[in-house]
Design a protein around this ligand. Structure first.
Ligand SMILES: Nc1ncnc2c1ncn2[C@@H]1O[C@H](COP(=O)(O)OP(=O)(O)O)[C@@H](O)[C@H]1O
Ligand SMILES: [Mg+2]
Length: 565
């Protein structure tokens, strides 16, 4: 919570002013019944209308102070809490963007989303409500008691006797409800996960006619959330009627005692008001307790992410063999630390050479790219880029040298030009050339507005093949030293795929290329082809060599091209 509260620092002025005005407003409110009881008991019997008017005016003044103080305080609390939440969200979002892949795997994306959305909201509520109810309730509670004693000590003792009768059950109810609200937060996480999966996979769900199935699944998660909320609310809902009951019993007690002690009517009127104020204040304290507990749990979740060290350590490591642009030396890697996803992989590429990676889904092709670009660190061996171990160069410097299309990469809802440029400020000519090579120029010209055409979200208005060509254009546009294409031509027809490959080879001859493909035709002309099977190399060489020596490669080739060796 410390780190979260430190976000209040820039708003210290507003925080202090807000609390001060809240204190003033609440205090002014407290004085009102006291004055009223004074008017009833001391002024009305005198029939001194002048003084009654004066005191009425004083009451009005205090009422205005109460109103002004409370309105200003509520505004300030909204401002302070809003500003602070904005800052936390900003930092959290930044942190989330820089997290290492492994850290994202651990925290999970849905949990990051709910931390950014609902948890920051709970922190906002914690600050805003504490600045309002949190300041007001204790003042009303203790101030109310003090005024009661000032009015009439004997009646005040009746009130004092009732306080624990309310406080004890309220305490136990609140304590029981806190973990219940925590479980509401957990169920919320699950719901975000389910919604996220469903929305992302909406087409698959439709295609497989699984809408009903998903609805049922969602019903389950939403039901869990609803019942967790219901449990928490049910127990908290006891507090209001319970306090009302005790309040009414207490009021009867005051009136009976008042009558018995033949107290003055003004005292009793004042008392009835203070009684209500004090018990409501206790209710407010119990609510604020829940809100703070919930906010604390949320701030914990936020701080856990903020505390993650996203820096990728850079250390001095021996250099690889000179003269190679990319080199894997006996690399092994595991995502979960149990079974290897890559085992004993070694290969080397000279500058301008191309590597083709082929193999079944899950064989580790994308993982090779993850290791090459240091999205994950190897568990054994070493990866060298330009002769340097990837762990010995700052990650941003390393990645800047790459032009990459990831598997299932995405385009933004922005213009075609912005998608190709991606904030790099590239020249018009570079973008045009990249689009040309990626075989995208023609269809871009056909779009309304051409390069300025605004894409729909996730480029929903482009075909799969058009998306892929645009992604390739984005990768090429920066004139990168290394071009990495992970399954980026799967939606293209053979002719377009082959045109694109030839254009890349011709126009980006100096770039070292790594091409992941499902089709033999896409990697056939590569200088080196690696056939992966469950993270292991089952064949390595040129197309001709593999056709001659690698059973698996031959099998893939024959099913795809009708070629027999
Ligand atoms: N982030 C991840 N966490 C855990 N396992 C992963 C992760 N990414 C991939 N894997 C696993 O690693 C293996 C290789 O995956 P991948 O390299 O994506 O295969 P390919 O690209 O050849 O289809 C698969 O078994 C896959 O389930
Ligand atoms: Mg893959």
């Amino acid at each position: 919570m410390k780190k979260t509260l430190s976000y209040l620092k820039p708003y210290a002025g507003g925080l202090a002013l807000g609390m001060a005005t809240k204190i003033a407003g609440s205090a002014a409110e407290l004085v009102l019944p006291f004055i009223l009881s004074h008017i009833i008991d001391d002024l009305i019997p005198l029939k001194n209308s002048g003084r009654i008017y004066v005191m009425g005016g004083v009451m009005l003044l205090f009422a205005l102070i109460a109103l002004g103080g409370n309105v200003l305080a509520n505004r300030l609390s909204a401002k302070v809490a809003g500003g602070m939440t904005h800052d936390i969200r900003y930092d959290l979002f930044r942190k989330t963007c820089y997290l290492k892949c492994r850290q994202v795997d651990e925290v999970t994306v849905p949990s990051l989303i709910s931390r950014l959305t609902s948890d920051t909201y709970y922190v906002n509520q914690m600050v805003a409500r504490t600045m309002r109810m949190g300041v007001r309730a204790p003042i009303l509670l203790f101030g109310g008691l003090v005024f009661c004693f000032l009015l009439n000590v004997k009646l005040a003792l009746v009130l004092l006797a009732v306080v624990p009768v309310v406080a004890v059950p309220l305490y136990f109810i609140t304590r029981k409800s806190v973990p219940m609200y925590m479980s509401v937060q957990k169920s919320g996480d699950k719901m975000v996960r389910s919604v996220q999966e469903d929305i992302t996979g909406i087409r698959v769900i439709k295609a497989l006619s699984k809408t009903e199935y998903e609805n049922k699944k969602f019903e389950g998660v939403a039901g869990d959330l609803a019942s967790a909320e219901f449990d928490a609310q049910r127990i908290m809902s006891l507090t209001n009627p319970l306090t009302s009951l005790i309040l009414n019993l207490g009021l009867v007690g005051v009136i009976v005692t008042g009558a018995f002690l033949s107290s003055e009517p003004g005292d009793i009127t004042g008392f009835l008001t203070y009684f209500t104020i004090v018990l409501n204040a206790m209710l407010g304290i119990s609510k604020i307790f829940v809100i703070i507990s919930r906010g604390a749990a949320s701030s914990e979740r936020i701080e856990r992410v903020l505390a993650l060290d996203e820096r990728e350590p850079v250390c001095e490591l021996p250099e690889g063999d000179e003269g190679y642009a990319v080199q894997f030396k006996d690399v092994s890697f595991s995502y979960n630390g149990k079974e290897n996803n890559i085992s004993g992989l070694s290969f080397a590429l000279k500058r301008g050479q191309s590597l083709g990676l082929i193999g079944a889904t899950g064989s580790g092709k994308s993982t090779v790219i993850n290791l090459l670009m240091r999205f994950y660190d190897v568990t054994g061996g070493a990866v060298y880029v330009g002769g340097k171990d990837v762990r010995s160069v700052p990650a941003s410097e390393l990645r800047r040298r790459f032009g990459v299309v990831f598997q299932n990469d995405f385009l933004m809802a922005d213009s075609v030009r912005a998608n190709i440029d991606y904030g790099r400020g590239l020249s018009e000519a570079a973008a045009e050339r990249a689009a040309q090579c990626a075989q995208a120029a023609e269809f871009i010209a056909g779009l309304s507005g051409g390069m300025d055409h605004d894409l729909a979200q996730k480029a929903g208005d482009l075909s799969g093949g058009q998306k892929q060509r645009l992604l390739v254009a984005r990768a090429l546009a920066g004139e990168p030293e290394f071009i990495v294409l992970d399954d980026s031509s799967s939606a293209l027809d053979y002719a377009t795929d082959s045109k694109m490959r030839r254009a890349i080879a011709r126009n980006y001859a100096a770039a070292t290329k790594v091409i992941v493909a499902q089709r033999v035709s896409s990697v056939k002309n590569c200088d080196l082809i690696i056939v992966l099977d469950d993270g292991r190399v089952s064949g390595m060489g040129t197309h001709d060599e593999l056709m001659a020596n690698c059973e698996e490669y031959r099998a893939i080739a024959s099913t795809q091209m009708g070629v027999t060796a």
